[in-house]
Design a protein around this ligand. Sequence first.
Ligand code: SF4
Length: 254
Amino acid sequence: MTMTNVPSGKRRRVKVPDVMEILGPIYGPVDRTPRYNAAQELVYTILSQHTSDVNSTRAYDSLMAMFESLDSIAAASPSAIEDAIRQGGLAAQKSVRIKTILNQVKAEVGSYDLSFLAEMPLDEAKAWLKRLPGVGPKTAAIILCFALGMPAMPVDTHVHRVSVRLGLIGRKVSADKAHDILEAKVPPDDVLPFHMYLIWHGRQVCKAQRPRCGECALAWGCPARAGFEKAAGRTKTGAGRPSQRKTKKEASNG
Ligand code: SF4
């Protein structure tokens, strides 16, 4: 991906349609097939909190291998669940949370079938999930978006960082508040691909520490680019490092 993607004649900021139009061909089509049903996705998402995808997948697979069904997990002791999910980190906290949530869902719904959420208005479906312990805006959006195909925007660290840098949300907008703001800007059908494109872009190009602005197809309209390039220039030349700056007196002495 290079600066050759600069749209001709554009001297403006990147907007949501630009993200779709430019990053779509770069990262390709997004698979919309659900990996789990909604209740399984809920368990997986709890396991994925504060750990990597690799660890949460290992923990989920281990949990399902040990108990085989959500009913068995709900009936198990927290310590048995904890043993099964140890690889995912924070196992003591997550085991209690998973057991509590599954029992609450079963008591309220009569099963683990959460497909009724897809019939609700988006705000109501989110509110229903957010009542569950440990379920915040991101977890609720992941379940609704990935498992039920609803236009809920999960905002993780990459989506938040890239959106702020591109000026799609304000610098002071928290990730929790960004869900609703981005959902209002992105057409419903584009929510999942937009989410994935910003994650991939954040991992590969707009990295947290050293964004690769020189390789970024959105650099033409990114308000953060100049600041990063200036900082990179300072680092290269050493300008700004007190030890390498000469005082007026030193300079006049050569
Ligand atoms: S130009 Fe730089 S800061 Fe802006 S989106 Fe691209 S990589 Fe990120």
